[in-house]
Design a binder for this molecule. Sequence first.
Ligand code: DGI
Ligand code: FE
Ligand code: FE
Length: 199
Amino acid sequence: MGTIVIDEEYEKCRKMLKGSISRKRYMHSLGVSNTAACLAMKYGYDIRKAHLAGLLHDCAKGLSADELFETVASDNMEISDIERENPELLHSKAGMVVARKKYGMEDEDILSAICFHTTGRPQMSLLEKIVFVADYIEPNREGIPSLDRIRAMAFDDIDVATALICRNCIDFLNRASRLIDRITIDTYEYYRENSNYTE
Ligand code: DGI
Ligand code: FE
Ligand code: FE
């Protein structure tokens, strides 16, 4: 249950993942995986790679704050002040390290899609956008403003969908009085200016 293709690497990763995150997070990961595969069909990307990237995007979500810091530092990656204050932001960078070291993932496109899935970044690769958008629209997500519109837009214009998601995230963080990472703003501004997004 839960897979759409028979793929040994996918099955190995799926079983490992199931044992290392909560059931709710695991169901979310399957949702992102399958949604990413659908977006890959729509936009002409390698379906298998999108399916795997979606599956593994939150593979570091079960780590404690200390473990997140350790994992990122062990790979000599920089930790910004805002990441230090909001360690949950680090599960994407740490996810790249965990995917490489624990899951044996060597594909750089997949690793980078995991690394940037929380904040996005300007000029994302197609796979980075697919995972960023799939994370937001997968079927288990609920309670997000304009989610129906964003889901439809994801399959119409992925750049506009990316801008809409960034806008929603920034509004959400502002309402929650949380600090906003510079890269979250840069991603929004880039896709607002470089897509058919209209306010
Ligand atoms: O891991 P997920 O819950 O599936 O989704 P995600 O990786 O997009 O993480 C979402 C969380 O990340 C959500 O609580 C908001 C937070 N986030 C995203 N951008 C920023 C941020 N938090 C802060 N403080 N600043 C940001 O710029
Ligand atoms: Fe995440
Ligand atoms: Fe996620």
